[in-house]
Design a protein around this ligand. Sequence first.
Ligand SMILES: Nc1ncnc2c1ncn2[C@@H]1O[C@H](COP(=O)(O)OP(=O)(O)O)[C@@H](O)[C@H]1O
Ligand SMILES: [Mg+2]
Length: 503
Amino acid sequence: MTKSKFNLGAFTGRTAKRLILYIILFSVLITILSSALQLYVEYQDEVGQIEQQIEQIQNSHLDGIAHYVELNNPVQLQLLIDGLVKLPDIERISIIVQDRVLQRAGGVVSDRVIDTKFLLYPLDPSKAREPSGTLHLVAGLDPLYERLKQKIWFILVATAVKTFLIAAFILLLFQYLVTRHLNKISQYAHNLTLNGHAPALTLDRMPARRGEVDELDTVVTALNEMQTRLAQELRLREEAEFDSRTSREQLAHMDRVTSMEEIASSIAHEINQPLTAIATYAQAALRSHKDDERIPSDLQKALEKITEQALRAGEVIRTIRQFISKQSSSRSEIGVKALLTSTSHLLETLGSQYKVSLVQGVADERLTVIGDLVQLQQVLFNLLRNAMEASPAESAIEIWVEESAHESDDRVSIRIRDRGCGIGSEAAKEIFTPFFTTKKEGMGMGLAICKTIVDAHNGELRFSANEFGGCDFTMLLPQGDKLDAKPEAKSGAKLESDQGAVS
Ligand SMILES: Nc1ncnc2c1ncn2[C@@H]1O[C@H](COP(=O)(O)OP(=O)(O)O)[C@@H](O)[C@H]1O
Ligand SMILES: [Mg+2]
């Protein structure tokens, strides 16, 4: 809805009312003062004109009148004063000789008058300088007052009209230049939201030129800055709240993980005993009935399988216990093949859960790395688990082991390649940061721990995207001496064939 630029509501506002009142009061005061001054000056002017007229009568006609009085010529006298009484504002002229009115013209009608008397002297210088009579002039001031009164009315009406027009004009200007913007500002402040997407406040006016910023521009800038700052503060606060919530959840998770480790450790211990017993009994049964023909060959095979599987289960449990037991780090030469095999044991259940297969490609089975077996198992375990979690079902995860491509570089490269969803460029910057995770249930510690362990081994952990859209994680570790013909002597683990499917 678009609002008219002129909103009548603006005229009923308190500021508008006060503005009108002040304009009118001030205008009335100024009008009264200036009119009074003007009237006073005009009054003085007009009274001056009347006095000038009287003075002119004195200068031009006093001698003539004295002459006719001397000649005792009443006709001429009457003619003369009849002419003079017609002059403006002169109301009555009388000639008084020996306290008696000799001639008179006109009559006094005004309440306020200027009353002037001139003595008449004989013109003949030989005669005594005794006055022969008096000329009595009465000028009326009422017409003058009447004129001034009319003028006052005119001034008052004109001023009222002028004041009204100016007040209306100022109000319109005020509404156009100020009130409508104030309304918009207050509406904006009223609807202010701090979601950070609110558009900035702009006023419907010409953009300010540089150096010509006025109060409204300053208010708008301040409001916009305030909105941005508040939104920022709110975002920071929300992030801090989120962080602290996440940290609490992570602590709780850590706590659960630690308890799980203890539980798993004791379960492994408990299960190991019966497994050993199963293997021992199965082996004993096999031995004691080895050449007994009464025992069907199926049963013998079953006993062999029982022994084999019990030993295998025992090996898995032994690896798990080793993996979760808190040991101080030690360095030894570890056969990479043994490292891979023991880690695969750990991953067996996960592999079948995710329905992925592990494919190993070891360039030289005699390769060894210098490090801590349990810690390196942990690194491989984490990398492979991430790969499994990212991979689609029925896909393969490859583990390639070879000597580092650079001749000067005496390291072994273990590369884990998956065909999973890959890592976006934004996430790629963060993956080694503790607690960075994109998984709902993830803790985001796996890669951070891997990196710490590999760094502590003077190694390197690298990440790159591969041509299948998945990820390659490459671990470079210091190379140990190659195993001799009897690898078991060093690693204590049996080597498997190149291709070992887990699931
Ligand atoms: N092989 C992989 N493929 C795709 N994304 C991966 C892979 N490995 C790690 N990531 C990404 O790195 C993040 C951090 O991994 P990690 O530190 O192991 O924590 P978590 O597995 O608990 O999320 C994962 O959440 C995931 O987004
Ligand atoms: Mg992980």
